[in-house]
Design a protein around this ligand. Structure first.
Ligand SMILES: CC(C)(COP(=O)(O)OP(=O)(O)OC[C@H]1O[C@@H](n2cnc3c(N)ncnc32)[C@H](O)[C@@H]1OP(=O)(O)O)[C@@H](O)C(=O)NCCC(=O)NCCS
Length: 485
């Protein structure tokens, strides 16, 4: 049996995409992968989990170290390494048909099971972070503990505020965000501990501290950028220690509408993680493997997220829809929308918000945002256009014959929800995505250091080298001919 066909986490149903796969324990017993600690202190829970997981991974590696798990073709190498299983990433797994699972949980599961704010319906991102780190659904008490920690760690040094205040207005919010995160690394406890020759078995503890500090500080940094660019530099105000992370972020941005705060809780939960191979997660994983501290590693992730084929697509979608409205009005006919899409493709431009490198179905992150819109803003004109695009774009892309996934992704919907609630500054949207992405990549970084992952260093080839290599090997066609003969 190939290793890829078994579920190593049978009793938790975690990290495994399909319930249809028969559970099978690698060790032949129904052992829990993680502890049952009820402490509300995340660090205490990790103190218990880390040695258990280190042991489990080490035994697994010993037993299966030379098991072959896949083939690599020339197409894969030239094709952005699609499909090559080349890294371990624990916090979430993306299934091409079913979408993202956070430690085995779908978005719907998270909406049902994770603790919510009083009177709220959407999960608190604090709970999602706990789930990503521990593989357990947290209690309300545990989530409250995380909120309190983040509120206590939110302060940012004056020199970072001064730097942000001095940036020119033309500098893209993502460039400002990334620069501020890099500069914040003066606060890194990991960098200080490393300089003091801390033993490598302790690395993960300092990464944990930095992860908690950085996540706590990001909303303040992001809100200062927003206020400087779009609200005449007005003050973000103080953190309310009794309120959750999203409430405080919303308040610092200047939004007190309950529905917007709920939207933010959903938004910050669903954009957090999308397994390890996407540009932002992979960038932070790679840079972190050099033992660059979490601030430097996360800044690298943000520079990747700022690309139009990745996170910036949510800005691109809204710019594209705005131009559509300018050109043909707020209530376009299907034929007019179709022509607009065809004109886009004819100009050699991608239709933003559609397609995905891994997914082959409608992104469930799109679907849950659509559900939110159907409930709260069914008559919004832009939402109606988004719904029209959902109907019209996929058949056109399919007809073109080259797109592997014609369905909408997360970015096709998020901007429309934000603009409905008054946040109309499209250039800013990727910063919100970035704040959320910290939850996933930093949760993973704790485990990357706890499990002692080494410096990442894949082998690259030159085209000449590849040509030499393939000459020595029969192609699939010649193998098939040989078989037939
Ligand atoms: C996400 C994305 C980069 C994935 O790229 P990918 O894995 O190379 O996708 P595919 O294998 O389906 O691409 C095959 C071809 O279809 C094209 N294609 C893919 N999505 C397309 C889209 N939305 N509009 C037009 N063409 C598209 C690709 O550019 C590629 O063209 P090429 O052969 O001329 O280079 C791509 O779908 C895209 O550019 N989408 C729009 C941007 C976006 O929404 N990004 C956010 C992703 S979450």
């Amino acid at each position: 049996m190939a290793l890829t066909d078994v579920n190593p986490y049978p009793d938790l149903h975690c990290m495994w995409p399909s319930e249809k796969v028969r559970p099978f324990s690698l060790y032949g017993c129904q052992q829990k992968c993680f502890s049952s600690s009820q402490s509300s202190n995340l660090k205490e829970v990790l103190d218990e989990l880390v040695p258990q997981e280190q042991k489990r991974v080490s035994e697994f590696k010993k037993q299966y170290s030379d098991t072959v798990i896949g083939n690599v073709t020339v197409d894969m190498i030239y094709g952005g390494m699609r499909g090559i299983k080349g890294m371990v990433y624990e916090t979430s797994v993306l299934d091409a048909q079913e979408g993202i699972r956070f430690r085995g949980k779908t978005i719907e599961d998270c909406q049902k099971e994770l603790p919510k704010a009083k009177g709220g319906e959407q999960p608190l991102p604090e709970g999602l972070f706990w789930l990503l780190v521990t593989s357990k659904v947290p209690t309300q008490q545990q989530v409250d503990w995380v909120t309190k920690e983040w509120n206590n760690r939110a302060h940012i040094p004056q020199h970072v505020v001064t730097m942000l205040n001095n940036f020119p207005n033309q500098l893209h919010p993502m460039s400002q965000f990334s620069a501020a995160i890099t500069v914040l690394n003066l606060e890194s406890k990991f960098a200080k501990a490393y300089a003091d020759n801390v033993h490598k078995s302790k690395y993960w503890e300092y990464i944990y501290e930095d992860a908690m500090d950085l996540i706590a500080k990001l909303p303040t940094v992001a809100a200062i950028i927003y206020r400087n660019l779009y609200r005449d530099g007005t003050a973000v105000g103080a953190i309310d220690s009794k309120k959750d992370w999203s409430w405080n972020f919303s308040s610092m941005l200047g939004y007190d509408n309950k529905q917007f705060i709920e939207l933010l809780r959903l938004y910050l939960t669903i954009h957090s993680d999308h397994e390890g191979g996407n540009v932002s997660a992979h960038a932070s994983h790679l840079v972190g493997s050099a033992l660059s501290d979490p601030y430097l590693s996360f800044a690298a992730a943000m520079n990747g997220l700022a690309g139009p084929l990745h996170g910036l697509a949510n800005q691109e979608v809204l710019i594209w829809i705005t131009k559509l409205i300018e050109k043909i009005g707020e209530n376009p006919t299907d034929d007019q929308v179709k022509q607009y899409i065809l004109d886009t493709l004819k100009a050699g431009v991608v239709v933003p918000g559609f397609g995905h490198a891994v997914l082959r179905k409608t992104d469930p992150r799109y679907t849950c945002q659509r559900d939110f819109a159907l409930k709260h803003l069914p008559n919004d004109n832009m939402f109606k256009i988004v719904s029209q695009l959902y109907k019209i774009v996929p058949p056109i892309l399919l007809e073109g014959g080259k797109v592997k996934n014609p369905w909408p992704n997360v970015d096709a919907h998020s901007g429309v929800l934000l603009q409905h609630h008054g946040m109309k500054e499209m250039n800013y949207y990727t910063v919100l995505f970035g704040v959320s992405r910290a939850l996933g990549v930093l949760a993973q970084m704790i485990w990357s250091r706890a499990l002692g992952f080494p410096l990442e260093r894949p082998k690259s080839m030159s085209t000449d080298g590849l040509m030499q290599l393939v000459k020595k090997q029969p192609t699939q066609q010649t193998q098939e001919k040989a078989k037939a003969a």
